[in-house]
Design a protein around this ligand. Structure first.
Ligand code: ADQ
Length: 470
């Protein structure tokens, strides 16, 4: 029965707040909304449900007060320089991130990083417990905050708690390396609903709970000894598809697309890669595959160029600095060997761009190359499809990106197989108009149907049901 004191309030707890600290024209500090699918998906729900967003603003400022930004209530959590080093760069990005991504890089284990992870998770929890109204819904996001569900349930058993993992949940064999594996599983079990990108992640989780914690499970439900039930299920995330399409249709974007192609020397085929600079994204293997196609004469350097955009990311973590140097060297070598004056084979841009520029790049690309070794979803693949309202363009996509579950009509590749990637790049490049448009049409139907609003609604409806069935 519905309790009259239940609140409709929705509290989001995520590592980052959806705003960045900026300097206003008068020199005073202010905030700028950081564009992103999650914020735009949550915005309408947050407005109707008296929403509050708890997160870290990204710096080390202290004594930040809760504030309103364009109708959104934001509650900042302060991190010290030591928290950033141990909780964020350490435990989150040098331990959990590689373990959850197939150990593509070697994870580091440090007990003081774990202590900091527990401590910061507790601070997020305490703030959520203060802010949430009686019976509110709290939606916790991602691998940085896996202990929050359990900590919050202990403080506030009246709340309905959901958790969503944006990255893959690893197979039991890899997860078992984590010295704090049981604490993490128990942390997640504090939620009523634990959401994953793919059914495989949910199944890994349920299996681990059975093996390592010893709870009874049946299909997607975990039965706790106190009678509580936890559901683990897949909710593949998406993008604001219509907003991307609308952007891609703008006159200014169409003009910018033509400008980009002409600045590249009007090649016949433009290949594009867009990633955060991360070792999971497979940037090196893909550039190598492309350069070999030119070296062995399958592609002509006068006809084909590769544009690789890599957003700076986690630059204080050692593995990321090494990767950046490695990419710099590889691009230098390829262009030294294959480029001509004013005509490099690879255009490498190490920076972040506004969404209009991204849309223009997607429009300008004949072949979009998305080849991560492991990726929860990969929104770039979906953004590319959303921008191709002309039903043209080819997507080469790794089997190991979550997006490959839905975008079956892409040219699917194993990113570890360089020859296989070369063959797929060539096929995508040589496909006739009919084949390209047939594949693109089918993928567009998929991303139009499952957009980010459908994703958020699906998760929240499922949370409401889990609550009711108890
Ligand atoms: P990411 O690892 O960051 O996300 P992805 O899903 O591709 O990977 O999202 C990247 C976002 O950054 C895209 O929206 C893209 O447009 C933007 N971006 C990339 N390069 C950019 C640039 N140079 N300038 C501006 N914007 C740029 C994590 C998981 C993914 C999962 C998402 C969402 O690792 O697997 O899909 O969360 O759940």
């Amino acid at each position: 029965m519905e309790d009259v004191t239940q609140s409709d309030q929705l509290v989001i707890v995520a590592n980052r707040l959806p705003v960045d600290r900026v300097e206003l024209p008068d020199g005073s500090p202010g905030w700028r909304r950081s564009p992103g699918g999650l914020v735009s998906a949550m915005d309408p729900v947050m407005r109707t449900r008296n929403g509050v967003w708890i997160g870290w603003p990204g710096g080390t400022e202290t004594d930040l007060e809760p504030f309103e930004d364009d109708g959104l209530s934001l509650v900042p959590i302060s991190l010290t320089a030591q928290d950033v080093e141990e909780f964020y760069e350490g435990m989150s990005n040098a331990t959990l991130w590689p373990i959850y991504h197939d150990v593509v890089a070697k994870p580091e284990f440090h007990r003081e990083w774990w202590d900091s992870y527990v401590d910061v998770n507790r601070r997020f929890t305490e703030r959520a417990a203060e802010v949430a109204e009686q019976g509110a819904t709290v939606w916790v996001h991602d691998y940085q905050l896996q202990l929050v569900p359990q900590m919050l349930r202990e403080l506030r058993p009246d709340l309905r708690i959901g958790f969503y993992l944006h990255i893959p949940f690893p197979p039991a064999e890899l997860f078992a390396q984590l010295p704090w594996r049981r604490q993490v599983l128990e942390g997640l079990l504090g939620a009523d609903l634990v959401g994953f990108q793919l059914p495989g992640g949910a199944a890994n989780f349920v299996r681990l709970v059975r093996q390592r914690v010893g709870h009874k499970t049946h299909r997607d439900i975990v039965y706790l000894p106190d009678g509580r039930k936890v559901r683990a299920a897949a909710f593949p995330i998406s993008i604001d598809t219509r907003a991307f399409e609308e952007l891609a249709r703008r006159e200014s974007v169409v003009e910018r697309c033509a400008e980009i192609r002409s600045a590249l020397g009007s090649p016949t085929k433009v290949f594009l890669g867009v990633d955060r600079l991360d070792y999971t994204k497979g940037i090196i293997a893909r550039l190598r595959a492309f350069s070999e196609l030119i070296t062995d004469g399958s592609l002509d350097a006068d006809e084909a160029v590769f544009v690789q955009v890599a957003t700076p990311s986690r630059e204080r973590v050692a593995q990321y600095r090494l990767l950046r140097d490695e990419i710099d060297r590889l691009v230098g070598r390829i262009n030294g060997d294959l480029g001509r004056i004013g005509q490099p084979a690879i255009h490498y841009l190490h920076s972040s761009y506004p969404r209009e520029e991204m849309a223009a790049l997607y429009r300008a690309a004949d072949i979009m190359v998305v080849t991560p070794f492991r990726d929860g979803m990969n929104l770039v693949a979906k953004e590319y499809v959303a921008c191709r309202y002309d039903d043209d363009g080819a997507l080469v996509l790794s089997e190991f990106a979550g997006a490959s579950n839905e975008l079956r009509q892409a040219w699917l590749v194993n990113p570890y197989d360089i020859n296989g990637m070369k063959a797929a790049l060539l096929e995508a490049c040589r496909a006739d108009d009919k084949a390209r448009s047939r594949r693109m049409k089918a993928m567009r139907r998929t991303v139009l149907r499952n957009d980010v609003a459908a994703w958020a609604d699906g998760f929240l409806e499922s949370m409401a049901e889990v609550g009711r069935s108890e």
